[in-house]
Design a protein around this ligand. Structure first.
Ligand code: BG6
Length: 515
């Protein structure tokens, strides 16, 4: 791309203040875990600092297997928040106000007696002024969700006569179609669907929500958003990060379940869905499910042709040596877990018939970037071309989810001079330039929505089942195939070479990371 044209906002718009949450008591299961420290507490803390959470009517009751006192819990959360980039308003004074609202009780989620002591603890907090609205946040591995749901049901905590009771369930929701169906059944015996919030934090990202505004808030793009104009779609979520402290989780999960089954399918459905009649939970979720239903279960032959998996070996990222996956602490030396996946999905409906959606995600790649690239068809005739090199490049719309959030559009422009030569230029809209300020982080948006009772950005039960309906057959075929030759890509690269075989047409190719 030779030239960049900067798009300027037509007016400067300040980010409006966030709405207020209902008063509530948040009970976190898995409060001594990584997610609570890294995401939940920093997000709740920031929401409190910006006044979205009612001071006296907001409390967090952390629970977990780790024995610790409330004071120890507060100290450990303080340490995490003080170093978290998500706790943007961290100061000693702000934290001291917030930490008064944090409480902790240890217990075993498989022990019925634990839910009785939880109930007692909640009663005591209410007697001290805590809210009677309860949000149960399940931030444990998926396999621990069923006993928690049963415990909440049997103890009566799920039915709350004095206020509302909602449950938030972290991804992955189950580990295959069968476990997702069983978990949905279990949850719906205890809670009404309207009180169930299955979280996928990608839906809380501003730029992910912007896909809908871009598509349905403009009349310009929607008429060409279909198989008549679009050649193929590429969706990438590349990370330079490895598995960090989460080897045990990742060894059991792998990239297909961790990223493709949830985040990447969310990006795909938002890119491909039909216009909803309104921006409300039912209308949006219904259209997303329709897209998933149009993706047929792959046959074993299709899995072999349309999927590629990889695992990173040692390499260099940003000038620093990076070890291979099998050398990471907690990873088996002969691990078969995939850290990279590329899949070609076909959406068999009227709008998308014949348009491949190439989706890839991997750890320890050369660049961190999440984006959707919509590649348009070539012009029907190359009227300016004198040589094959003069051929006009097809238009591409890039929806950048992160980093450098924004949208870019490439098109041909005449190169100045006596020759009639077309060169590609890029028009760029950058969120930061247009709106300045800081957009809320995904977990803030989603926690606030759950506390306000808005499920639009959460996954409906049948949506999670349809995600697994697509993913589980891939996983099953992989299990039956001979062990892959891992590692098959270097840390710091664009992923395995083999991913190129998915895109066989000479006019299509994966974009280089950072391109
Ligand atoms: C999580 C995955 O859901 O998303 C992680 O479990 C991954 O493995 C993370 O690193 C990526 O999220 P983000 O917001 O950094 O793109």
């Amino acid at each position: 791309m030779s030239t960049v044209v900067q798009a300027t906002p037509t007016r400067s718009v300040a980010i409006p203040p966030m709405p207020k949450a209902d008063p509530c008591l948040v009970v976190i299961f898995g409060a001594s875990g990584d997610l609570t420290k890294r995401k939940l507490i920093p997000a709740l803390f920031d929401l409190a600092c910006i006044g979205c959470i009612a001071g006296q009517q907001f409390d967090v009751l952390g629970t977990g297997r780790t024995e610790m006192t409330t004071e120890e819990f507060r100290a450990s959360m303080r340490e995490a928040a003080s170093t978290s980039k998500d706790a943007r308003k961290f100061s000693d004074w702000n934290w001291e106000q917030f930490e008064k609202r944090l409480h902790y009780v240890a217990g075993d989620i498989n022990d019925h007696g634990f839910y009785e002591s939880l109930k007692k603890q909640i009663g005591e907090l209410e007697a001290q002024g805590a809210s009677s609205n309860h949000m149960f946040y399940v931030s444990t591995p998926a396999s621990l969700a069923p006993p928690i749901v049963q415990g909440l049901g049997k103890s009566g905590l799920a039915k709350n006569a004095k206020g509302w009771a909602r449950i938030v369930l972290e991804k992955p929701f189950g580990r295959d179609l069968e476990t997702a169906q069983a978990l949905n059944k279990e949850v719906l015996q205890v809670f009404d669907e309207k009180d169930v919030y299955r979280i996928d934090h990608y839906l809380g990202k501003e730029t992910v929500q912007n896909i809908l505004v871009f598509r349905f808030g403009n009349s310009l793009f929607e008429p060409i958003w279909n198989r008549n104009y679009i050649d193929y779609v590429e969706i990438t979520a590349a990370e330079t990060l490895g598995v960090e402290q989460r080897a045990a989780f990742y060894e059991e999960t792998g990239a297909l379940r961790d990223m493709i089954a949830s985040h990447l399918l969310q990006l795909l459905t938002l890119t491909a869905m039909e216009p909803p009649v309104a921006f409300d939970a039912d209308s949006v979720r219904e259209q997303k499910v329709q897209v998933l239903r149009s993706i047929h279960r792959m046959t074993p032959e299709q899995v072999a042709e349309r999927t590629v998996r990889g695992q990173y070996g040692p390499g260099t990222i940003g000038g620093k040596a990076a070890q291979g996956y099998r050398e990471e602490p907690g990873v088996k030396p002969n691990s078969r877990t995939e850290t990279y996946v590329a899949v070609e999905f076909r959406i068999d409906n009227w709008r998308w018939a014949g348009v491949p959606f190439y989706v890839r995600s991997g750890k320890r790649l050369g660049k961190s970037e999440t984006e959707i690239k919509v590649h348009f068809k070539r012009t029907p005739q190359a009227i300016f071309a004198k040589t094959p090199d003069d051929d006009i490049e097809p238009n591409v719309i890039t929806l950048r989810v992160q980093p450098n959030e924004g949208i870019a559009m490439s098109f041909a422009a005449k190169q100045p001079g006596s020759q009639m030569k077309a060169v590609p230029v890029r028009m760029n809209f950058a969120y930061q330039d247009a709106f300045g300020g800081q957009a809320p982080v995904a977990y803030e948006t989603l926690l606030l929505d759950a506390m306000r009772g808005d499920p639009t950005l959460f996954t409906r039960g049948d949506e999670t089942e349809n995600q697994w309906r697509i993913i589980t057959p891939i996983e099953e075929v992989w299990q039956d195939l001979p062990a892959p030759q891992f590692p098959n890509y270097d840390a710091g690269s664009d992923g395995p070479e083999e991913a190129n075989r998915l895109i066989t047409s000479e006019c299509r190719h994966w974009s280089r990371l950072g391109e």
